[in-house]
Design a protein around this ligand. Sequence first.
Ligand code: UD1
Length: 422
Amino acid sequence: MKNFEIIGGSPLFGKVQTSGSKNICLAIMAGSLLCKGKTTLTNVPHITDVDNMSKVINSLGVKCEFVSPNTLEIDATEITNVVTEYKYVSKMRASFNVLGPVLARKGHAAVSRPGGCNIGDRPIDLHVLALKKLGARTIESSDKIEMSHNGLVGTIIGFDTVTVGGTQHAITGSCLAKGETQIINAAIEPEVTVLIDFLNKAGADIRRDKQNTIYITGVKELKGVEFRIPFDRIEAGTYVSFAAMTKGDIIVEDIVPYHMSAFLYKMTEIGVGIDVIDDNKLRVKATDRLKAANLSTAVFPGFPTDMQPAYTTLMTTASGVSRITENIFNGRFKFISELQRMGANCDYTTNTAIVTGVRSLTGVEMVAPDLRGGTALICAGLGAKGVTKLHDPNGFIIRGYENLVDKITGIQGKIRTYEDQD
Ligand code: UD1
């Protein structure tokens, strides 16, 4: 069990280096199952989600291991098992994404249904729809999705809802299909476009147009390649929010500004100074009290839902009233009840929060409700008066942030971890 103790109220100063993107890495690890031969991924964040995904891949009979602290080798020349068990999928929903690649390679795959989720409903119907459209047959049971085929065939897949995981699955499912596949109303998050870059490097033929349609011409085989995982836009945004909350002045290194533009624009709107340096660094400086502004989360290039908890936290001490509308997931305000215990003035329903800024928050003892909600509470603790104790019995936070405590202390934040006595 990990607990965090934060002594709030000190501005953050210094430089922080971003790690490779968790979500891009997980998608590419699943995608590497399409490749015959050795895939070498560099700049991989060493976090528990990546360790769990490695275990999923190992369970399929595929070698997947760290060969240096941030380099992962996956050799999917052979896949000897096509069943992914619940013990893996229940730990991490992204492991469901191995279904398409294993199905495409082996003609048969089964993955346990992911269980409930702590940020709201997360159905998998669109993932399954995409694979069915490609010609896969389904044997659905209450506990697993099992699919088979005698040759996937290119088709048109149209999504009613923009889905990152569903789009990734439609792409990985169609890379080896016969003929052309079109994915209409595809997600174009970096987690999708970088997956496309990886697969194209491995020999796939994937293009996309300005109308968010993705075109895939099936190829016979993909080969293993070396690929660098780009920066984590959510991790970078998290450090920006820490600096903004503490009236700090930090440099966030190794970023791609375009991947964060809606978030950075919003930061400037609420009064955070943002300067892009050399196209790959950010200087973040906050001096005055932040100003309240409304927010609506949206698919890329809109404001990412994963940054909503941090933004809502910034609004708790901004001047004025803000309305936050969460449009992607319906259970993403659980952290607010903990902010209220710190003195925040917030009312919320399933998808809307109204936040009236107060002068300051006060540190209390709290529990992390999920990954991004948990780091939002760290953000609150860094800005609050006194000591915050954040319990994370499910280990949500270490699932997604590499060296979080070292990185925060490296920019003069006062945080430490401790284990429970009993
Ligand atoms: C991914 C990210 C997550 C991020 C989210 C949105 C990973 C591991 N996770 O999640 O951090 O918050 O994108 O940017 O990369 N939906 C359906 N049916 C489906 C699939 C999705 O209705 O079959 C709905 C969801 O309930 C949600 C919306 O589509 O309302 C978007 O979800 P989606 O983009 O698929 O999120 P994930 O890929 O699960």
